[in-house]
Design a protein around this ligand. Structure first.
Ligand SMILES: [Zn+2]
Length: 458
């Protein structure tokens, strides 16, 4: 390239006029050649994204400016530093035959193919990334929010808050769609999942039927719903959890709590010989006392796991309940009254009201097999089983009087038989509703139970 130019100069200064014209022409050719050479050797910049050429720029500076503009634009939109995921290469190429793009054309082309990663902060718990948030301040707020949640839901004065897990905040570039809001991150850490799967109770549902329908072990379903008071009763429309809530972060909160607790009253029994043995009377009703308890309670994820008692103070003393129990015993014996005692023994239950029931006779306790005798002469009108009476004998004495003898182990008479006063008619037993061997004895006048003691000699 240099030689023809030097040659041209040589011819120009040594030639005559004719030669001068030739020299001038030659010079022109040389200049034209030089321009052509310049055009042919001129460069433009090919831009490739991940190895694929998308266009050409006149110079490098345009590319740098476009990249900076795009970064700024995404940063404004996403609020964080960004990084292009794709590799952008700029290579000088010969301009000849190449279409050179305008700045706007290049911006449009790049916008179509580029995707960005933004700078975010990953919350790592025990070596696992659990959430991506936009920056460190947000991550700190999320962790504080989780702690505050437990502190607020628990009663008492905060003493200590501990997180046994290893928590790390790691700065990294990530796809903008993977970044979640602070509220979502907090819920995720509290509940272990972004979606709480629930089920609304329909007519006829039971936990068992739901477990079967959803293919979940029944035990898991019970564990996921600690709020249910009864496993067997579900309210229509009630929402139950299908998955256990497993917090991703353990928060141990210690609180000083004061609360009132009842002090149970004691019962004292005193003997009273003015009362029958089967009788008792409350002389003084009991009353629970109250104490104030101060304790340090340790909660893990809102559930009480430990308690250290700090002190107790009695606010109100309990009042002892005093019960008088009778010692007076009635011993049945044969007398000269109108009716004979059916057997001899202790009256373990008198005639009259007994709790919510009415006792239609008296119970005379005797050993099993003791003879039961007819109270008076008469005719047997019933001899056999009758419900809670067990083996029963009924004797009609005339004048509207009947006597009943119940719970017998054996019956020695039959219906229609005439019996004499004092004749053995049965033996003491425990048939029917009894708690021990005794004869249940009734005196009825015109079918109505009378107090047998009014007819027996004392
Ligand atoms: Zn009885």
């Amino acid at each position: 390239m240099k030689l023809p130019e030097l040659g041209g100069f040589y011819f120009c200064i040594r030639a005559d006029n004719k030669k001068k014209i030739m020299a001038a022409a030659l010079c022109s050719i040389l200049v034209a050649l030089s321009i052509l050479t310049y055009i042919m050797s001129r460069s433009v910049y090919a831009i490739s994204v991940d190895g694929r050429t998308i266009g050409n720029a006149r110079n490098r500076k345009i590319i740098d400016k476009i990249k900076d503009d795009l970064r700024l634009k995404y940063r404004d939109k996403l609020g964080a530093d960004i990084e292009f995921i794709q590799d952008i290469q700029v290579t000088p190429v010969r301009a000849l035959g190449q279409k050179v793009d305008t700045e706007q054309e290049l911006v449009d082309k790049l916008n179509q193919v580029l995707s960005v990663q933004v700078k975010a902060v990953a919350i790592d718990i025990d070596g696992h990334q659990v959430a991506l948030v936009k920056d460190k301040a947000t991550a700190d707020a999320v962790l504080q929010g989780v702690k505050d949640y437990y502190v607020k839901m628990l009663p008492g004065e905060l003493m200590k808050i501990e997180v046994p897990n290893s928590v790390k905040l790691v700065e990294k570039f990530a796809s903008p769609t993977d970044i979640i809001t602070a509220e979502a991150a907090k819920n995720l850490i509290l509940k272990g999942t972004l979606e709480i799967t629930t089920y609304k109770v329909k007519q006829g549902d039971t936990l068992w039927s739901i477990a079967k329908e959803k293919n979940i072990p029944l035990d898991d379903l019970i564990k996921a719903n600690p709020q249910l008071k009864s496993e067997n009763r579900l309210a229509l429309g009630e929402v139950i959890n299908l998955k256990s809530i497993k917090p991703l972060l353990d928060v141990v909160v210690t609180k000083k709590v004061t609360y009132q607790e009842p002090i149970a009253y004691e019962t004292q029994i005193v003997k009273d010989n003015t009362l029958w043995k089967w009788d008792q009377k409350v002389k003084q009703p009991g009353e629970n006392g109250t104490k104030e308890v101060a304790a340090e309670v340790v909660y893990k994820n809102g559930v009480k796991v430990d308690q250290v008692l700090l002190g107790e103070k009695v606010v109100k003393q309990p009042v002892t309940r005093i019960v008088a129990r009778g010692t007076k015993a009635e011993v049945a014996f044969r007398g000269s009254g109108r009716f004979l005692w059916p057997s001899v023994g202790e009256i373990t239950s008198p005639f009259g009201r007994r709790g919510r029931e009415f006792h239609t006779g008296i119970d005379v306790a005797c050993d099993k097999g003791t003879p039961i005798r007819a109270s008076n002469s008469g005719t047997v009108t019933f001899a056999g089983r009758r419900g809670s009476y067990g083996n029963l004998v009924i004797i009609n004495h005339g004048g509207g009087f009947e006597t009943y003898y119940a719970h017998a182990s054996s019956i020695l008479v039959s219906v229609g038989e005439k019996v004499e006063k004092g004749q053995q008619i049965a033996t003491v037993g425990t048939t029917g509703r009894t708690t021990g061997p005794h004869v249940h004895f009734e005196v009825r006048l015109n079918g109505n139970p009378q107090n047998p003691l009014s007819y027996l000699n004392k």
